[in-house]
Design a protein around this ligand. Structure first.
Ligand code: HEC
Ligand code: HEC
Length: 334
């Protein structure tokens, strides 16, 4: 009888307290970060889209990974670029184990663990959650060309389709599909690695009000922009190059990054593999300021030429550290 009463009273209280409980569950690990921020009263991003149509998301995925998809008229679309697809330079999975930092060392170990490439462009995962694009030295070096991209994701995409991909601008339906896809890979609360205490704090928000302090606090869990520092190649003594590098780590960079584009059949006619001949070429030209010296090519990249458009983007400090370049040099030396 006693147990029965307890049972009844628990049942009763859980029904009674249901509205309270449902608020506690408002935000959970699977919640979309954009939804959470908007519920907290943050303003809607300019590029906001709530298209959850799986067919449109799939179109976006195909445009990003293959450069083309079946258009609304039912025909296969023209390639966005003859030379590249977005994923030659950008990942689509999470690539930074800690979203508060842009740390190339942590990113490389994570890339090895997750078996994804290590690239010069930032990942599309969480791209819609950022607030600024083409930052720092991109703004300084390219000025007016990249200015419109700084606060507007759609403009950043437009810039990259034409300049980075050396292709055509997206048509309206393509842009819509790509945005829907990018929203399908936005951050979820679980990516921010919140503790149970953090969830409690978040769920104590005031409904229907602007929770300024909570919004600000939530945004400390991830970077709102990916920092970018351009470097001049270090003019160092040839005998010093790679001397303090870790060849094993260098091999990982060679495999996860250089080979992503230079393997046979990929984006360039200049193929590289683990072959001694290729490594010898790189070794022979390591020093000096020739455009193909290891130190110059990584920091400066190459430019698209009229008639032969594939080019190599430079690696900023945040995408390849000084030490990682030394590691690569050590691998090439051995
Ligand atoms: C040849 C390499 C390359 C290709 C191909 C390429 N990108 Fe990029 N993209 C870059 C680099 C390098 C940057 C600047 C670094 C960075 O990502 O922040 C960049 C930046 C961006 C940014 C701004 C990122 C940020 O956080 O500042 C967006 C958005 C973008 N690209 C979208 C695209 C899309 C969409 C495609 C495919 C149509 C594409 N890119 C193809 C190299 C490339
Ligand atoms: C996003 C694709 C991409 C990545 C990643 C990449 N490259 Fe390149 N690289 C190119 C393209 C495209 C060229 C242009 C050369 C050509 O096709 O003739 C090039 C050119 C070069 C050249 C000069 C060849 C010449 O004589 O013009 C060297 C050397 C080189 N890359 C080395 C590397 C190394 C080392 C890495 C890794 C740290 C690397 N590349 C990563 C695409 C890439």
């Amino acid at each position: 009888m006693k147990t029965f009463l307890i049972l009844i009273s628990t049942l009763f209280s859980s029904i009674f307290f249901f509205p309270e409980d449902s608020k506690i569950n408002d935000f959970n690990p699977k919640s979309s970060l954009t939804d959470v921020l908007m519920t907290l009263g943050d303003k809607k991003p300019l590029h906001y889209t709530n298209k959850k149509d799986t067919a449109i998301i799939k179109q976006g995925l195909e445009i990003v990974t293959k450069g083309r998809t079946v258009s609304p008229s039912g025909k296969m679309s023209h390639l966005q670029s003859k030379y590249f697809t977005c994923i030659d330079c950008h990942n689509v999975l999470m690539e930074d184990p800690n979203l508060r930092k842009s740390d190339p060392d942590a990113r490389l170990s994570y890339a090895v663990k997750k078996d994804i490439p290590f690239l010069s462009g930032t990942t599309f995962y969480g791209m819609v959650n950022r607030e600024h694009w083409y930052n720092d030295d991109y703004q300084i070096k390219y000025g007016d060309l990249v200015k419109p991209a700084k606060d507007t994701l759609v403009n950043a995409i437009h810039l990259c389709t034409v300049e980075c991909s050396q292709g055509r601008a997206f048509e309206k339906w393509e842009l819509k599909a790509v945005m829907a896809y990018l929203y399908s890979i936005e951050y979820k609360l679980e990516d921010l690695k919140l503790t149970p205490e953090d969830y409690k704090k978040l769920n104590s928000y005031k409904k229907g009000e602007k929770n300024t302090a909570l919004i600000k606090w939530l945004k400390t869990f991830y970077l709102q922009k990916s920092p970018a520092t351009f470097l001049d190649p270090i003019p160092s003594d040839k005998r010093e190059m790679g001397k303090n590098g870790n060849a094993e780590n260098g091999k990982l960079i060679y495999d996860k990054s250089c080979m992503h584009c230079h393997a046979t059949g990929r984006v360039t006619n200049f193929t590289l593999d683990q072959d001694k001949i290729d490594l010898k070429f790189l070794k022979k030209h390591m020093g000096g300021n020739k455009h193909y010296s290891l130190y110059t090519i990584t920091r400066k990249g190459t430019y698209a030429l009229p008639g032969y458009r594939p080019y190599m983007p430079n690696y900023t400090l945040e995408r390849l550290s000084h030490q990682q370049l030394e590691d690569l040099a050590a691998y090439v030396n051995n």
